[in-house]
Design a protein around this ligand. Sequence first.
Ligand SMILES: [Zn+2]
Length: 236
Amino acid sequence: MSAQILEMVASDFLYDSTEAALGDLFPGAPAMEPHVDARFNKGSDTIVLDGVKFYAKRVDYHRELDEKFVQWIMDNRQEYPVYGDPSSADGESFELWAQSITDKYFGSPYISGIDTDGYESFLPNGVKGQFFRHEDETYVGLWHQEYGYRAFSRPTVYHVSCYESGYLLDDDKATAYCTACDDVVVDIESGGQHVKRIDRNGEEIEGAPEVSFDDLVSDPVCPNCGADLRVDAQQF
Ligand SMILES: [Zn+2]
């Protein structure tokens, strides 16, 4: 029996759409209702963002640059742990590649990175990102790296389509609304460490009773009328 050599080409590793690429980034994403991008998770006393919807508003899959990255992996990363296999590409590979094509920015190749392990994110742990600039446009490589046995996705290249790349760091923010009286709006920042009552224009209401994040999440009802609260990811 002769060994068959499979010729892999870069396009075998590419995605057809932003949704498909983000779907791989969040393989175990909680199923949420259509148009709902966040929910209270009473079981774990927190808020959970739908990562696919969160990033779909902020980035577009960039097939052309992603293909360049995949081809670079096949050509240059022949050693442990990648062996030229784009589906095993790691964050270090992405950094090396991004360094090789990024615009220099005050002598520095990078703007900043994303690491949901590093702050109180409402996204799952293990979501990593690396911004870079190419021909005056901002891009981000996103991947999911849970060490050990759970999720792993390869770094994938997206164009940052929202006005400010900093909006990609808003995954520790949310806003809660009353579904009935429309009167209570609560602004949540830093993963729940800062909670304040705001009006519909986003202005803080001076002298409003304090809201604790733990109380809010364990019993998300309106302090005015008792109706259920709804929660949304940060809008911009
Ligand atoms: Zn209410």
